[in-house]
Design a binder for this molecule. Structure first.
Ligand code: HGY
Ligand code: MN
Ligand code: MN
Ligand code: MN
Length: 415
């Protein structure tokens, strides 16, 4: 029997990427579609239309994830789930998350055009708010799908006073049903995600497909440094409790800690910082910043934060500051199980040159791995850039990744 034609349609994929890129906030840099915004709703409306055109049954689950599904020939089997996210960081690119959802649409189109019916039911998911949201939490939809959103998280407010619970309702969910509807271990046969690498390894090693071996855990904290606001001209240097110079020392202390040697790679970043009252002639009285550290080894994350908090206490004492640490969110590192890795590796090797590598980015797979085996395929990022307008992956590489994903779904569907 000749192999059916599994090659995805490059132009169709490119036009889908182009369409979603047009549904972004023009007043922001890059391609910005923040969760729970009108641009996000427009993007999801378009997605729903594509799913409906493919005769998928479309619904929003209790956590407001958008799900398109098609039945399999053996309805008693648990679904294979393919997905990612269509929200972006502010000033983000056109590919992060987006290619994984569009790959799901293209998978359904190729199955239809090749006359293939899977044994397993298939679900294509756009997970809500994978990126760190204004509520300080990332992977909101996939956390909700596996019942990993605490009541405290659901009651958090964004800077405009919107409560996360309300935001989920506005996005099509029903938070009161999250725990009742949550997926449990065994409810999903396998979760697969195609994603850009967002790093330089595939490009530098001249490989076109990546078999993801594991995903880092991310621990995020909000730190508030309280000093005393005062006149910038009349306050002697020896009489200041300057919240910003204290915060600056804390940021550099994190960098120094990250540059020490550990048995596994660790990275740490402060990417968001607010100064109050933020006036050139007032000694800053209060600084609030978000800090995150990432590693594939969770005990390193815990140890480093403990060391860092001790350093922060010393800096606070030396500078006459008060420092408060609040945990924003934690995701645990995960390893992709060997059976899934080998299935993905063989699907990729039938498609293009393949390399095993870990993910330094977090993904919805961190959450879904709590209830199902997960696997990921990477495609190269030009110069390793991501979370910026320069983020780029060629349409040939995207299409190759989609083909590898299609092959992986067919391979696992037969198991
Ligand atoms: O931040 C991350 O790791 C991912 O891009 N959300
Ligand atoms: Mn991202
Ligand atoms: Mn992503
Ligand atoms: Mn190789």
């Amino acid at each position: 029997m000749t192999e059916p034609n599994l090659s995805p349609n490059q132009e169709r994929i490119a036009s889908d990427i182009h369409k979603l890129a047009s549904l972004t906030n023009p007043s922001k840099p890059g391609w910005t579609r923040r969760p729970f915004t009108s641009w996000y709703a427009l993007g999801r409306e378009w997605l729903q239309e594509q799913m409906a055109e493919l005769h998928m049954s479309v619904h929003y689950d209790a956590a407001s994830n958008l799900i398109g599904s098609i039945p399999g020939s053996e309805s008693e089997l648990k679904p294979i789930m393919v997905g990612s996210h269509t929200d972006t960081v502010t000033g983000g690119g056109r590919f992060d998350g987006i290619i994984g959802v569009i790959a799901g649409l293209e998978l359904v189109r190729v199955l239809r055009e090749s006359g293939i019916t899977l044994r397993h039911p298939l679900e294509i998911v756009d997970f809500t708010a994978e990126e760190p949201s204004e509520f300080g939490i990332s992977t909101i939809g996939s956390r909700g799908m596996v019942n990993n959103l605490t009541e405290e998280m659901l009651l958090r407010q964004d800077p405009n006073g919107l409560v996360l619970k309300e935001a989920i309702v506005l996005a099509g969910g029903n938070p009161d049903l999250i725990s009742e509807q949550a997926r449990k271990p065994g409810d999903v046969a396998l979760y697969l995600e195609l994603h850009i690498e967002q790093g330089p390894i595939l490009e530098q090693s001249l490989h076109r497909l990546g078999v993801v071996t594991g995903i880092v855990g991310i621990h995020r904290y909000r730190i508030v440094v309280e000093g005393s606001p005062n006149h910038a001209g009349t306050t002697p240097m020896t009489m200041r409790s300057d919240a910003l110079t204290g915060a600056a020392q804390l940021v550099l202390e994190l960098e120094a800690l990250m540059n020490l040697a550990y048995e596994e790679s660790v990275v740490g970043t402060v990417g968001k910082l607010n100064v109050e009252p933020n006036a050139s002639n007032v000694i800053p009285g209060r600084v609030e910043f978000d800090l995150e550290i990432r590693s594939i080894n969770s005990s390193i994350l815990v140890d480093i934060i403990a060391v860092y908090q001790e350093k922060a206490k010393r800096i606070a004492h030396q500078r006459g500051l008060a420092i408060q640490f609040d945990s924003l969110s934690k995701s645990e590192p995960i390893r992709v199980n060997n059976e899934v890795q080998s299935g993905i590796r063989s699907a990729c090797q039938q498609t293009g040159s393949t390399l095993d590598l870990p993910s330094g980015a977090g993904h919805d797979g961190n959450q879904i791995s709590r209830i199902a085996p997960i696997g990921m395929i990477f495609v190269p990022s030009k110069e390793g850039r991501s979370h910026c307008p320069e983020e780029w992956t060629s349409q040939e590489d995207v299409a190759l990744g989609v083909e590898a994903l299609i092959r992986a779904v067919l391979l696992f569907d037969q198991r």
